[in-house]
Design a protein around this ligand. Structure first.
Ligand SMILES: Cc1cc2nc3c(=O)[nH]c(=O)nc-3n(C[C@H](O)[C@H](O)[C@H](O)COP(=O)(O)OP(=O)(O)OC[C@H]3O[C@@H](n4cnc5c(N)ncnc54)[C@H](O)[C@@H]3O)c2cc1C
Length: 442
């Protein structure tokens, strides 16, 4: 099932800015909960840094004046809230923040009928198909899949979160894993449950009558707090769908990524496909020489969450950087890898693969870069592995642009976070300050 208008998610800043220009915050606030509502589809571009929440808000605000009561600003703030929690808890977001709502043992693996979209519950099966076909699903579909998986099928939220993360173009550890925890009740006060009536209201075409979710909320909540696994519906005839494979998580990271087709050549003089810094050793200097960087070259290290800088003509040499350790732990499917690698290969001089688990090779790389006098800029990120890159790169870290100021103390509830951050900012105009959207194209 497709949404009203699903963009093709081209991995360019131009496509991101075009999507921003299409946003209508009035229609959004009225219809965002409906599967065919006027949602923005911005998440893939925001997640990979083609456009920031701050830039998007500023551009929308110029056409349709906004304030802190607007639903769209509120939703953007959810993203910043999850980042705030990630900054505070670090890798703790990957574990239960609170005790689960049921004291038993949840399954550690996703059931194959969910993975193959043949549960017999239309809201779930249609969502899983769309996830694989497009890399995008609506917020309500995400909530329904998470709730069904954890509460009715008794699967540990982490297994579901890792699976969904791998197939979303916008997979983001903070927004994804904390949302799964919110639905599971380990980051909220109660389990989120939904029923067939709720699906009927927001997605009329998905008929779930007669299925395990066609019941009242009390029964669903009781199931959530019990050991009962409702199982797939009886008599499902569908053969289901193939689950897209995951890449870059095996022993040979580079070989797996090289198997991706239709990737452009690297733009730089070196034009060798990749540089494996894990085995660079004394060869580090020769790689640097091959790149033919002029003395005092301005370098921008570009990780997968900062792809918007690739198209900026700022004179900086763009060097891509990938951490094999991160991708082994949080793998992506081929669609997601293409979304990231196409722009990296089009605009980077070279792409460097490091392994943040291997401190020896990180030290050698740092040594080689320092000897060659190369430093450069890199944008801050909370993604594990990437946030440790300072071990390998003698770089200046740039703060990520945000919409709201970060409250000085940890706020574990969204409403307190929003109250505190908006009070610190004063007004949306003040939060945005003097700001010019860079629309320059190469
Ligand atoms: C189980 C589950 C998993 C999720 N996983 C992710 C994820 O991996 N990456 C991700 O970016 N979002 C995730 N979300 C949040 C939300 O569903 C998506 O941001 C949103 O659906 C993306 O589509 P959109 O850009 O059209 O959103 P819109 O509704 O148009 O919202 C505009 C923007 O606001 C932000 N936003 C909106 N709702 C939320 C929210 N609930 N939480 C955080 N930010 C929000 C996003 O940046 C989004 O792009 C998840 C939600 C759930 C319930």
């Amino acid at each position: 099932m497709q949404q009203r208008f699903l963009p093709d998610f081209a991995p360019t800043r131009q496509a991101a800015l075009a999507a921003v220009a299409r946003v209508n915050p009035v229609a959004y606030s009225k219809t965002r909960n409906f599967l065919d509502g006027a949602v923005t589809y911005l998440a893939p571009w925001i997640t990979h840094g083609f456009v920031s929440v701050r830039e998007a808000t500023q551009a929308i605000h110029q056409k349709h004046p906004l304030n802190f009561d607007d639903k769209l600003v509120f939703e953007f703030a959810w993203r910043e809230f999850f980042k705030h929690v990630h900054g505070e808890l670090g890798d703790g977001i990957l574990k239960d923040v609170r005790r689960p709502v049921w004291g038993g043992r949840y399954a550690g693996d996703m059931p194959t009928d969910i993975l193959e979209a043949r549960t017999g519950v239309a809201a779930i099966d249609a969502g899983v198909r769309q996830l694989y076909e497009t890399g995008y699903i609506h917020n309500h579909t995400r909530m329904w899949i998470a709730s069904y998986t954890v509460h009715l099928r008794k699967v540990n939220w982490r297994a579901g979160a890792d699976w969904m993360y791998a197939h979303l173009l916008d997979g983001d550890l903070a927004s994804n894993h904390l949302s799964w925890q919110w639905v599971a009740g380990t980051f909220s006060h109660k389990p989120y449950v939904f029923n067939a009536e709720n699906v009927r209201k927001y997605a009329r075409h998905l008929d779930c009558s007669g299925t395990s979710i066609d019941t009242d909320y009390e029964s669903l909540e009781a199931t959530a707090r019990s050991k009962r696994d409702v199982g797939p519906e009886r008599g499902v005839q569908s053969m289901g769908v193939d689950v897209p494979g995951l890449l870059g998580c095996g022993a040979d990271f580079l070989e797996e990524l090289d198997r991706l087709d239709v990737l452009p050549e690297l733009s730089g003089a070196g034009k060798s496909a990749w540089v494996d810094a894990r085995q660079l050793g004394a060869d580090g200097i020769s790689w640097l020489n091959r790149m033919q960087l002029p003395d005092d070259a301005a370098v921008r290290w570009v990780h997968p969450w900062d792809l918007g800088c690739l198209e900026k003509q700022d004179g900086a040499f763009k060097i891509g950087i990938l951490d094999a350790a991160f991708h082994a732990e949080h793998p992506w499917n081929a669609r997601r890898w293409r979304f990231v690698l196409e722009p990296m290969r089009r605009h980077c001089q070279s792409i460097l693969v490091v392994d943040s688990r291997c401190t020896g090779s990180m030290d050698q790389l740092r040594e080689a870069l320092m000897q060659a006098g190369i430093s450069g800029d890199i944008e801050h990120t909370l993604n594990p592995g990437y946030k440790q890159l300072h071990q390998a790169l003698p770089a200046r870290w740039r703060k990520q642009a945000s919409l709201l100021p970060n409250p000085g103390s940890f706020q574990q509830s969204f409403s307190r976070f929003y109250r505190e951050a908006t009070a610190m900012a004063g007004s949306l105009d003040e939060a945005l300050g003097e700001f010019e959207l860079e629309t320059q194209q190469p």
